[in-house]
Design a protein. Structure first.
Length: 502
């Protein structure tokens, strides 16, 4: 199964500010709503009294009485079609923090009295805000179960707000509840589609929905979600490439390659990062290499049943050509995909020759193309930028092996496995108003403490000019432990980093 890649990053928002409306004092309905029945009027008066009293025991008594008479009105009092009865029952549920009750009562009130939609929306949000904020706070504290419970209550309280659905879906996916995540991302997209102000929520939800369906190999559902996304953002290169990948997995190679060529044709109008994402998607669309042994076995079984019977030599000749044909067809389509991926990645490197991730994927693509010369050139460029990272060293080892350089291959594999004194991994490279925020880890992979280390980082623009320099001092690190590093280079136009051990 192909794993999900590049889910949209869901960044927790700042906690939502409480509304001005106060639930501590009674507020009249902001729509033309008449009790029109003595039980409903009694329920309203009990709610007012319970909201305005300073005494908790009186408040609890009033709320119980309000619930009793309003329920009586709706069950035996013939007021089941009275919007005021449902509205005030919803207000009761707000005061008792019953999310499901709020949703049920207000939904019925709104269906009976559409003019009250805006007022009901305000009251829904009054209880939604603290519940949503509790979910955000629990998520930030890594209390996943509490966060999920809060977001479930929030989406019940305010079903027209997509953010809660999106956050809930993300948490469910992170905890392995993939089917539930699909349901809630779908709900988030559908809710967001009702209001243009939720365009980003809809975009995130559709993207993640499609990615998850793709990871589950639900090709029709993934294709439908990608097409829905492209209906809104028709030129998104990564999603176009992902749709091409779906076509590849479904055996529609001509459709896939047509999409890939469309992306490459737009390369001049795309940024380096978009080209990188498209190139990665194209290269990863290559299916797993087929098992020719299975094709040969099936062919031999069918051939033995032929009448008149075939000789062993004829069976071998027929089935050897079948397995050879399967391998040849796979090789042709995979090489075409790798070639298109290389074009996208080369276009990205033309715009930013020093971006580590692009160099990694381009080197891997060269290995897939069986081009050891290009793989070696790219690996050397990668090592010059990121010389103490296990992944960089491993790619160099593979490139040396593809080039037939045995001694160098052994050297880099040994460096990867046992000789590296520290593994440097940069995990964050974010833009700021005046430069970049850079974070990473230096890990000691060896069985004894590492010596103190010093690294000189250079931050460059697209031309390779050094915009900023910083020296990072790393104290001794115990075996299998890591040290966080943070750098905040200043300067405009920084697009890449490189470092060297001092």
């Amino acid at each position: 199964m192909r794993t999900v890649r590049n889910l949209a990053v869901i960044t927790l928002v700042t906690l939502v500010a409480p509304l001005a409306a106060q639930t501590a004092r009674w507020a009249e309905a902001k729509c033309d709503l008449k009790p029109a029945h003595h039980l409903v009027n009694s329920g309203l008066n009990f709610l007012k009294s319970g909201s305005n009293t300073r005494f908790e025991d009186q408040r609890q008594k009033d709320l119980r009485d309000a619930q009793r008479v309003l329920t009586q009105a709706l069950t035996t009092g013939g007021q089941e079609k009275n919007p005021a009865a449902w509205y005030y029952l919803g207000r009761y549920y707000i005061l008792t923090n019953d999310a499901a009750g709020v949703d049920t009562a207000f939904a019925r009130a709104e269906s009976l009295k559409p003019d009250c939609k805006d007022d009901i929306g305000v009251w829904r949000r009054v209880v939604w805000v603290p519940t949503f904020n509790a979910g955000v706070a629990a998520w930030q504290a890594n209390n996943t179960d509490s966060a999920i419970a809060s977001f479930r209550r929030a989406v019940a309280m305010l079903p027209d707000e997509p953010t809660g659905f999106k956050y809930l879906a993300t948490l469910l996916f992170n905890t392995g509840k993939v089917d539930s995540a699909v349901v809630y991302f779908r709900r988030a997209a559908d809710v967001a589609a009702k209001d243009p102000k939720y365009a980003q929520d809809r975009k995130d939800a559709l993207y993640n929905l499609a990615r998850i369906e793709q990871s589950q190999e639900h090709w029709p559902q993934a294709e439908a979600a990608y097409r829905e996304f492209l209906g809104l953002y028709p030129n998104d290169p990564e999603v176009l490439a992902a749709l091409g990948s779906i076509h590849m997995q479904r055996g529609n190679k001509d459709s896939a390659f047509a999409i890939y060529k469309q992306i490459i044709g737009r390369a001049d109008s795309m940024g380096y990062y978009s080209l990188l994402r498209a190139g990665v998607e194209i290269s990863q669309s290559v299916p797993e290499e087929p098992d020719t042994a299975v094709a040969g076995r099936d062919c031999r079984s069918a051939a033995r049943g032929s009448r008149p019977p075939l000789t062993a030599a004829r069976i071998r000749a027929r089935c050897d050509s079948v397995t050879a044909g399967v391998a040849k067809a796979y090789d042709a389509s995979s090489q075409q995909a790798f070639a298109l991926a290389a074009q996208a990645l080369d276009a990205s490197l033309k715009l930013n020759p020093y971006y580590r991730e692009t160099l990694i994927h381009r080197a891997n693509t060269a290995l897939g193309q069986r081009d050891p010369v290009m793989a070696l050139e790219l690996s050397r460029r990668l090592i010059a930028i990121d010389p103490m990272n296990k992944q960089s060293i491993q790619i160099m080892a593979y490139a040396q092996r593809a080039s037939g350089k045995i001694d160098s291959t052994v050297h880099y594999f040994r460096m990867h496995d046992s000789l590296l004194i520290a593994d440097v991994t940069i995990s964050q490279f974010d833009s700021t108003d005046d430069g970049r925020d850079v974070k990473g880890l230096v890990t000691n992979p060896r069985p004894r403490a590492s010596p103190p280390l010093s690294f000189v980082f250079e931050f460059v623009n697209a031309k390779g000019d050094v915009v900023a320099t910083d020296t990072v001092q790393v104290p001794p690190i115990q075996p299998e432990q890591s040290q966080v590093i943070e750098i905040h280079p200043k300067g405009g136009g920084i697009v890449a980093w490189r470092y060297r051990k001092q």
